[in-house]
Design a protein around this ligand. Structure first.
Ligand code: PLP
Length: 338
């Protein structure tokens, strides 16, 4: 029985074609700047997102940290969403390693940060305060693609307030497909963008930070200091190249599958489905505490993996096919009819 893993889009395994690209990759020492596949991947990413330069790193946690360290100095502050990856899920790296203070604020229901509220939290130029330096957005956030008109407003707001603006674009290609624009059109509103290759794009490892030449030069120094200078990294970069070339458009299929699943589960009375119009490859469902206690094991016995809890995030990706969605819906139906 095929295992259907809906816990995250990080669970994908490299396909035989991707593995073959990795096996055949020509390599060099990337710390010397001599790995042809790393160089090619960085150029591709910079081109695709419309930046001067890009840097390959081990994870999105690292590329976001590199962005914080490169934009901010010790004693600076970044404004960020309360539930943002860059604030909540990265071990406080900006504070620990950069002495950079986060100023979290609640996301709005559409996953934007209200700019009037952001403005209230920008610190005056006064020695009592940290110096507010950077605004961080996330797209997609909780699977929602931010509205394009909001991005334009956020960019001009940041410019007016003298802030830099960074995007945690772990899933920027999902956002672009949802908004029917290019990833460049989204990235154009930011001073830097971090992109994950290891989510829906299906690469085993890796993220890219894109920005100006000057920013990336700074980030490259921090990456080395953090122990992130990898040598024959072309083996994994080749997977990233394959992912960008073959897997960015197919994300639309994941969006379709998530919508199908949302619709199907919505027909079950005991499940409350939260599927925002901006949703891409994720949906959130609520079940009672009694069901929550039993569901993961019940589904696991039927070859379906989901996270525990009363609010569950279900994520579609490259290793979930259309027919798998029917199997998942049937399993939930069986649970609630039993
Ligand atoms: C996954 C993710 C990251 C980076 O995570 P890594 O596991 O460190 O690659 C950053 N931001 C968001 C929104 C993510 O979902």
């Amino acid at each position: 029985m095929k295992i259907i893993d809906l816990r995250s889009d990080t669970v994908t395994s490299p396909s035989p074609e991707m593995r073959s690209a990795m096996a055949q990759a020509e390599v060099g020492d990337d710390v010397f700047g001599e790995d042809p596949n790393v160089n090619r991947l960085e150029e591709m990413a910079a081109d695709m997102l419309g930046f001067e330069s890009a840097l390959f790193a081990s994870s999105g946690t690292q590329t976001n940290l590199l962005a914080l360290l490169s934009h901010c100095q010790r004693g600076d502050e970044y404004i960020v969403g309360q539930q943002a990856h860059t604030y909540k899920y990265e071990g406080g790296g900006g504070a620990v390693l950069g002495s950079i203070q986060p100023q979290p604020i609640e996301f709005e229901p559409d996953s934007t940060l209200d700019l009037a509220r952001v403005k209230m939290y920008i610190k005056p130029d006064d020695f009592h305060f940290a110096r507010t330096r950077l605004l961080c957005l996330e797209n997609t956030q909780a699977g929602k693609a931010l509205p394009m008109h909001y991005l334009a407003r956020a960019a001009s707001f940041a410019r007016d307030e003298g802030l830099r603006i960074h995007l945690d674009g772990a899933r920027i290609f999902n956002a672009a497909l949802k908004r029917n624009v290019t990833a460049t059109a989204i990235a154009a509103h930011f001073d830097s963008v971090s992109v994950c290759l290891s989510k829906g794009l299906g690469a085993p490892v890796g993220s890219l930070l894109c920005g100006s030449q000057e920013l990336i030069r700074e980030a490259r120094k921090w990456r080395k200091m953090l122990g992130g200078g990898m040598r024959q990294a072309g083996i994994v970069a080749a997977a990233g190249i394959y992912a960008l070339q073959h897997n960015s458009q197919r994300l639309a299929k994941d969006h379709e599958n998530a919508a199908l699943l949302a619709q199907g589960l919505g027909e079950i009375d005991e499940i409350d489905v939260d599927f925002h119009e901006a949703q891409t490859n994720m949906l959130y469902i609520d079940v009672t505490p009694e069901s929550a206690a039993l569901l993961p094991e019940f589904l696991r016995q039927r070859g379906i993996l989901v996270s525990g809890g009363e609010t569950v995030r279900l994520v579609t990706h490259l290793d979930v096919a259309g027919e798998d969605i029917s199997r998942v819906m049937e399993a939930y139906k069986e649970f609630f009819s039993g």
